[in-house]
Design a protein around this ligand. Structure first.
Ligand code: ATP
Length: 302
């Protein structure tokens, strides 16, 4: 049974759909990365899943059961914007969490706060930097005993060391069976931590799957064109090429089959310095959210 099961989730504001009918199955113990451009619907999805805003349609199941008040004991959510109380100290937040959540471990919270550099727990939240607030919210969430952790841009505003720490916490948490779902614009981080991803665009899921599977069998053939005004239409009409990007004389072709054959053809057409490279998650993301024609599309000047 999946930790989180989302079917036909939709949220409209007036005539606009912020989330436009998404289906997602997230297995237990997995780190799941939700990617998407600004305004794609990631935060709205988190809020609908948790019932913080009412979905217009759809069904959400947590380990096979609809959301009930008692489930919040086993679910933690760190929203995009800090929900800490400005007028309370870090220490008071620890006490607040302890009195509200049975599985909250104050010693673990202090350990995590120290690890993330929030040393002085007497400090009021209003005296913390933006990054320190995020670090505090994340530390408090990770100090709970939970089954599901939903993190909306948990590394935003954190320095590189703390970003790395939070990613490691996510990976370790999942290794112990907790399901971790997080959104991020830092594709390198998603690539490092997530086993599965979904890419949202305009409220829909445009790509989803296991990161290794999404990368398998897809390559980029890169080369240098003989001149700036060289026509690349010949490449764009090749059925093996999904998309062609051109930046000056540099040509990048996203290839779904026979990359060596494509490289040979490019060479025959005069391209030099050809090499076949693996796709990064960033390439996969850009490919998923970039406009596509029915056949190959040419993106100039990227
Ligand atoms: P970002 O990466 O910028 O945080 P996101 O993927 O989290 O973006 P959402 O915040 O979910 O995107 O927003 C999705 C869409 O819904 C946007 O077009 C946004 O303007 C719209 N939207 C969100 N909340 C509301 C609201 N309360 N009223 C009207 N429109 C809203």
């Amino acid at each position: 049974m999946n930790a989180l099961s989302i079917t036909g989730l939709r949220k409209t504001y007036g005539s606009a759909a912020a989330v436009d009918g998404i289906d997602l199955e997230i297995p237990q113990g997995c780190v799941f990365g939700l990617l998407g451009p600004n305004g794609a619907g990631k935060s709205t999805t988190f809020k609908c899943v948790l019932g913080l805003i009412r979905a217009s349609a759809g069904r959400v199941l947590f380990a096979g059961a609809p959301l009930e008040a008692s489930a919040f004991e086993r679910i933690a959510y760190v929203p995009e914007r800090s929900v800490l109380y400005d007028w309370m100290s870090v220490h008071e937040h620890i006490a607040y969490m302890q009195s509200n959540f049975v599985g909250f471990d104050p010693a673990r919270a202090r350990e995590l706060l120290a690890q993330l550099g929030v040393g002085d727990e007497r400090k009021k939240v209003r005296a913390l930097s933006k990054g320190m607030r995020t670090a505090t919210a994340v530390a408090l969430a990770f100090a709970r005993r939970i089954d599901l952790l939903l993190l909306d841009e948990p590394t935003s505003g954190l320095d590189p060391v703390n970003q790395r720490t939070v990613l490691n916490l996510m990976i370790n948490e999942a290794a112990q069976g907790t399901t971790v779902v997080f959104s991020s614009h830092q594709i390198g981080q998603v690539e490092r931590a997530a086993e599965r991803i979904a890419v949202m665009q305009r409220g829909r899921i445009v790509l989803e799957g296991v990161v290794d599977d999404l990368k398998a069998g897809r390559k980029i053939v890169e080369g240098i064109l003989p001149s700036d005004d060289f026509s690349i239409n010949g490449f764009a009409s090749d059925a093996r090429i999904g998309r062609v990007e051109r930046n000056g004389r540099i040509l990048r072709a996203y290839v779904t089959e026979q990359p060596e054959g494509v490289a040979e053809q490019m060479s025959a057409l005069g391209a030099q310095g050809l090499r076949v490279v693996d796709l990064s998650l960033e390439d996969i993301f850009l490919d998923a959210v970039s406009p596509k024609a029915a056949t190959a599309s040419i993106v100039e000047g990227v």
